[in-house]
Design a binder for this molecule. Structure first.
Ligand SMILES: Cc1cc2nc3c(=O)[nH]c(=O)nc-3n(C[C@H](O)[C@H](O)[C@H](O)COP(=O)(O)OP(=O)(O)OC[C@H]3O[C@@H](n4cnc5c(N)ncnc54)[C@H](O)[C@@H]3O)c2cc1C
Length: 397
């Protein structure tokens, strides 16, 4: 397959680059080094300006059909867009509303639900949290115990979710709850949507190992949810939820972000002792070999992304191929972080992000940040299980 841009794709790439030159500066680069937005008003304002610029350009939802306000881009164009965003160190600002619940609503939602939510998701007026995991249900999600009991035109929800990213900033939540405790575990679950500030919902912060407030625990006590807010049929929520998980995992273009990190490190390694970041060790023989290994791996990751994009272009849904790419790219990110950390020696352990000699804290925070990606969206072990059974055809253990 020819992986170079067609003339139309090259023109689109130039258009994206021109847009980024013009508006990329809104992106809050000075955010906290662990990547959370924090509550700094200036950072939040710049993020909103960045979001507004993408909305105005029509690229906030690249994969949504045009009839629903999306850009209707082909997989190849989405890849170009993601690549250019990652190359400029910016991300699309749509959040889980645009990337997960929006496309699922387009497939499974009633007309009333689409009218209620889609425009507000695109404008950023309604931000979403994902209520999937529970203390006893993560990898084995179908074991979830949060209950929704029908009472006339409402469900009464009781239970607890955990690791709920951004719940403290969200407006609504999409969540899985058990509606039939007697059915086989995958067949007694429904997907509900509701205002996260409904009476009976309480949100408690969980502080992550980089001291950031990203996650929360969310508790439900007799929360009343109208039946019309159920997405899909009663007790079929697992299958609706799996559509959503496919959207969550199909992050094509992630390899470019990894490549960018390595390129930054290489620039530092090449710079002389007069460079601002002068504490990185100069690459001697061993470093050269380690950096060369990382470079080979970055190019392998890129080829895995191309494979996924090729499947999507043919109208196929990547399955174990997405697991290969997710596993390899997230673990490569950790290897790059380790290489970076070792290059900076003791300076690599500094946490003060105002100090340029420690790469603004990026070596230490960057190292911590790479851990969570190999857990969220299905842990590395779960990806290996998928590859073993669905990719290699091995029997279940
Ligand atoms: C950054 C981040 C953001 C997240 N955001 C959200 C969110 O917004 N909403 C939400 O609902 N959840 C969220 N999660 C939770 C995430 O989905 C779970 O952490 C993940 O599914 C793993 O579940 P668990 O933590 O319960 O671990 P467990 O499932 O208890 O796993 C513990 C360990 O056992 C291993 N293991 C489990 N089963 C198997 C198996 N069958 N074979 C081999 N090894 C196995 C796992 O790989 C892991 O190493 C987030 C997690 C992270 C890290």
């Amino acid at each position: 397959m020819d992986l170079s841009d067609s003339p139309a794709e090259a023109a689109f790439r130039s258009e994206v680059r021109a847009f980024l030159e013009e508006s990329g500066h809104f992106y809050p680069r000075e955010q906290t080094p662990w990547g959370d937005m924090g509550d700094d008003p200036e950072t939040m304002e710049r993020f909103e300006q960045w979001r507004a610029a993408i909305v105005e350009r029509g690229w906030i939802a690249p994969h949504w059909p045009k009839e629903y306000g999306g850009a209707g881009l082909s997989p190849r164009e989405q890849f170009v867009l993601n690549e250019e965003f990652a190359r400029h160190g910016v991300t699309n600002a749509g959040g889980s509303g645009v990337s997960m619940i929006g496309p699922t609503l387009i497939i499974h939602g009633t007309e009333e639900q689409k009218a209620e939510h889609l425009t507000k998701i695109l404008s950023g007026e309604r931000r979403w949290a994902q209520g999937w995991s529970e203390p006893g249900a993560g990898s084995d999600l179908a074991s979830l115990q949060t209950r929704a009991v029908r009472d006339g035109d409402e469900y009464v929800v009781n239970g607890q979710k955990i690791w709920t990213s951004g719940a403290h900033r969200a407006d609504w939540i999409f969540m899985l709850a058990r509606t039939d405790p007697d059915a086989p575990k995958h067949r007694g679950i429904s997907l509900l949507l509701f205002d996260i500030r409904s009476p009976g919902v309480s949100i408690r912060p969980l502080i992550n190992m980089a001291f950031g407030h990203h996650f929360n625990e969310v508790f439900f006590e007799d929360v009343r949810v109208p039946v019309r807010n159920r997405l899909g049929e009663e007790n079929r929520g697992w299958y609706v939820g799996m559509t959503l998980t496919d959207f969550e995992r199909s992050g094509i273009g992630n390899a470019t972000g990894v490549a960018r990190k390595l390129e930054n490190l290489l620039d530092t390694a090449k710079a002389g002792p007069a460079s601002e970041v002068r504490n990185a060790r100069r690459p001697d023989g061993a470093w050269r070999l380690e950096l060369a290994d990382r470079w080979v791996e970055v190019n392998v990751a890129r080829l895995f992304s191309y494979r996924i994009m090729t499947l999507q272009t043919r109208g196929l849904v990547p399955n174990h191929e997405a697991s290969v790419s997710k596993l390899f790219t997230t673990e490569l990110n950790q290897r790059i972080a380790r290489t970076t950390h070792r290059m900076y020696g003791l300076y690599g352990q500094m946490w003060d992000y105002s100090r340029p000699e420690a790469m603004g804290g990026q070596a230490s925070y960057g190292y911590l940040r790479t851990i969570s990606a190999s857990i969220s969206g299905g842990s590395s072990e779960i990806q290996r299980n998928v590859i073993a059974t669905r990719g290699l055809g091995l029997p279940r253990g």
